[in-house]
Design a binder for this molecule. Structure first.
Ligand SMILES: [Zn+2]
Ligand SMILES: [Zn+2]
Ligand SMILES: [Zn+2]
Ligand SMILES: [Zn+2]
Length: 802
């Protein structure tokens, strides 16, 4: 997803292997990005572009009048089955393929408003009714829509507006004597009912929960750092020839303290699996929902009722405001390139969007300096000191860094030494040009070249033919095209930077069906972005911070106490609780080009044979730890058991298979059978796995799910408590994983009305999750709701300690 699609990758790979040796050497040994770009770009042939165009056409990204009817009918089918959520998604798809101001789009919006009404989403329903009307909803169908509007307004406690809508409706009837008598009667009866409701609600006051706005206010840093934007004054920026840039604590920091709150400089939604259409397929249209259908392409907010771009079917937004912002900032140029950008991958898309966003900054300056690099790389203007320094990394590798750090400011900072979330800082992130393989650089350079050619063609077309929309014309004016080569070099730099600097923007998605009363939460990757301040943090396999996201804003909180002078560390992915030392080191080396020396790595390196206890086997006789390599023997002095590792590993595989089968039964609702199988699995597991083994924890967790589905809260809680102990050993008592597990347990107690236990667990869960997420996290909000609900219950048996 980050890199181009496989077909293009293997095409470029083959092209590379057929290049004359001399050209391969020229590209491999090129010292600057501009040399790499110019050499590769000159090799891009028209047939390569044709191949790429064919691939791009596989993505259905344009408007298509044959789609709306299909999606509307599919949606109606779901609607009749009362699957209003499913119907909403399908109507949304219909909306995005419809042309603006057509009957198609107005009907899709109107149908979606009906589904939203049944989902209780009244505000959104009202918006869709307005959208249906502005896109030309047919006059003959108006009464139905007005009636829904009135119902919404009544439910929302807005009686004055409801009365107005009702009188509109009445005059509408009067003007239409053609309405069938039966229809007329139904409408009149509904009207009467509504009028009564309006009177009932007349005295109610309006409330509008602006939770998200509040979330941002509460997230504010107590005291902002003067040296680094978006950062608390408890940290400062340092630099070191070996480590590069990093952040340290300037005072003692407590767990949960907010250290960085940074909006992404740029972010691109990961579209999810977009099906590639080819002629062999039966239906052109896909009814599955992907991330691209459910989240705003600008602010990443979850949205049930997106509004699509007027020009394409793939860019969708939570609101007209987001649509407009995206258009002004970048989408006016990206709109016609949808298929190509999906083919070339998210990194290439971010590279383009970064340079587009740079237009609004001191881009002229940055780009001119790049210009200097291309025409005469020795030119070094006085005010471009730090940029010249950055460029010199490219020229001579990173060894030149030494000795320069004293006289020049820290890379990415402005003349006054301030580091900000801006293009200058993004540009200063290291591309590690020397570390990437030649063929990877060739792939990136060729992809960027192809994108540049398309941009050129699109701008020419926009310029000569002149588009109908004046908006389009203004935005597509080719401000950047005279310097397209320079933009190409900048984009190549971004593509190479992203391998080490891309930050996954994640969200917690609730899984599990509605019947399943305990929800399981799962972290999913929503988008990829560049955060220049967060990029200053170095990696540790056991970090002292936690990163979370609301919309495109990342927050970094201390996950433990950090003493004054200690480095602020963040995990790039390979965490000690999820991966063994060998796997972590291999991953960090190949993706990030460094060897990790964090304390867990050093510790585990010294005694590599002794894996963590969570993956250990135990003696089936005395349950002591088994030790050894190929043949394991019992650690207890009074026991002589020994067993081969192969035997244990195959036993574990059998167990995994059994658990897999049990999960399938669980998903199909065959709860009793699932429980029988899981109990058997647990029995087997106990005979050769330590009680802290992750497999044991997973079995207990599955049992808890199964009993919860049966409504047996006591058994569910008992199993969940066992799984909790495994999570505690594995991830630690204050880990975010522990928080999620406690959240589940709180739900079980809550649903089982075990009031003291529920209150106690809610508090524990809250305490752990607050440190990692701060107060406006969804789970925290839900815990607080549970708590106030429990405390409001009539007389509860309260223990003496409470
Ligand atoms: Zn939005
Ligand atoms: Zn568009
Ligand atoms: Zn490490
Ligand atoms: Zn033994």
């Amino acid at each position: 997803m980050d890199l181009p699609v496989d077909e293009w990758k293997s095409y470029v790979l083959q092209k590379w292997s057929l290049l004359p040796k001399s050209i391969q050497v020229t590209i491999s040994t090129a010292e600057t990005l501009s040399d790499i770009f110019l050499h590769s770009s000159s090799l891009l042939q028209p047939e390569d572009e044709m191949f790429l165009k064919r691939l791009s056409r596989g993505y259905l990204v344009g408007k298509d009048p044959s789609a709306p009817l299909f999606y509307r009918e599919e949606g109606n089918r779901k609607f009749q089955k009362r699957d209003y959520m499913g119907a909403t998604v399908l109507y949304s798809k219909g909306v995005s393929y419809s042309r603006p101001n057509s009957e198609d789009i107005s009907l899709c919006y109107a149908n979606r408003s009906a589904a939203l009404f049944h989902l209780g989403q009244y505000e959104t329903c009202l918006k869709d009714i307005v959208r249906a009307q502005t896109h030309g909803y047919p006059e003959r169908l108006q009464p139905k829509l007005l009636l829904r509007k009135a119902e919404c307004l009544v439910t929302l406690g807005r009686p004055h507006e409801a009365s107005q809508t009702i009188s509109d409706l009445e005059s509408n009837f009067a003007a239409k004597p053609t309405l069938a008598a039966s229809q007329f009667q139904i409408l009149q009866r509904t009207l009467c009912r509504l009028k009564v409701k309006v009177q009932e609600k007349e005295n109610l006051t309006e409330t509008s929960p602006a939770a998200l706005t509040k979330a941002f206010e509460d997230m504010d840093l107590r005291e902002e750092n003067e040296q680094i934007s978006s950062t608390s004054s408890s940290v400062s920026l340092c630099t070191d020839p070996l480590k590069g840039r990093y952040l340290v604590a300037t005072k003692d920091i407590l767990p949960g303290e907010l250290l960085v709150k940074e909006d992404a400089f740029v972010s691109v939604l990961n579209p999810g699996e977009m099906p590639l259409w080819h002629h062999g397929l039966e239906s052109k249209w896909d009814t599955r929902a992907t991330n691209g259908d459910l989240y705003c392409h600008r602010c990443l907010k979850h949205t049930l009722a997106p509004v699509p771009c007027d020009g394409c079917s793939y860019a969708k937004y939570c609101s007209q405001e987001c649509l407009q912002q995206a258009w002004d900032l970048y989408h006016s140029i990206e709109c016609s390139l949808g298929g190509l950008l999906l083919t070339l991958g998210v990194f290439c898309h971010i590279a383009l969007r970064s340079t587009l966003l740079a237009r609004f900054e001191e881009a002229g300056r940055v780009i001119n300096k790049l210009c200097g690099e291309i025409t005469n790389r020795d030119i070094c203007l006085p005010e471009s000191k730090n940029l010249a320094q950055i460029l010199s990394y490219d020229l001579g590798g990173e060894s030149k860094k030494k000795g320069k750090t004293v006289e020049t400011p820290i890379p990415g900072c402005d003349i006054n030494g301030k580091y900000e979330n801006n293009y200058n800082a993004v540009f200063s992130l290291l591309p590690h040009t020397g570390n990437h393989s030649p063929v990877h650089k060739f792939l990136c350079a060729l992809s960027v070249s192809a994108l540049c050619r398309q941009l050129e063609a699109a701008s020419l077309q926009a310029f000569t033919t002149g588009l109908k929309s004046s908006k389009l014309k203004a935005a597509a004016a080719p401000v950047l095209y005279p310097e397209l080569k320079i933009w190409g070099v900048a984009m190549l730099r971004h593509m190479l930077q992203l391998q080490c600097n891309a930050q996954a923007i994640t969200t917690i998605q609730q899984t599990g069906s509605e019947e399943n009363l305990i929800t399981d939460s799962r972290q999913v990757r929503l988008a990829t972005g560049l955060f220049p301040v967060i990029s200053l943090l170095n990696h540790s396999c056991s970090p002292n911070t936690s990163v979370s996201f609301i919309s495109t804003v990342a927050t970094v909180r201390a996950s433990q106490q950090i003493k004054k002078g200690q480095e602020i560390l963040h995990c790039y992915g390979p965490h000690e609780s999820r991966m063994g030392v060998a796997e972590r080191r291999q991953k960090l080396r190949s993706q990030y080009f460094f060897d990790c020396n964090c304390p867990p790595c050093e510790r585990e390196k010294q005694r590599p044979s002794q894996g963590p206890r969570r993956e250990a086997f135990c003696c089936h006789r005395c349950r002591a730890l088994l030790q050894g390599d190929d043949v394991l023997s019992c650690g207890s002095t009074s026991c002589t058991e020994s067993v081969s590792r192969d035997h244990l590993v195959s036993e574990l595989q059998d167990l995994q298979q059994q658990v897999g089968m049990a999960r399938k039964l669980l998903r199909n609702g065959e709860l009793e059978r699932a429980i029988q199988l899981l109990l058997g699995c647990r029995h087997d597991a106990e005979s050769f796995l330590l009680a802290e083994h992750s497999m044991v924890g997973e079995i207990e967790d599955d049992l808890a799910q199964a009993y919860a589905a049966l409504g047996d809260w006591e058994k569910s809680a008992a199993h969940l408590q066992k799984s909790l102990r495994v999570v505690e050993v594995r991830h630690g008592p204050t880990s975010v994983e522990m928080g999620h597990e406690l959240f589940k347990l709180a739900q079980v107690f809550f649903n089982g009305f075990a009031i003291p236990e529920a209150l106690n667990t809610v508090q524990q869960a809250e305490k752990v999750l607050l440190v990692h997420y701060g107060p406006w996290n969804d789970e925290i909000q839900e815990l607080q709701k549970m708590k106030s609900c429990l405390l409001d219950l009539p007389p509860i048996p309260v223990g003496p300690n409470e």
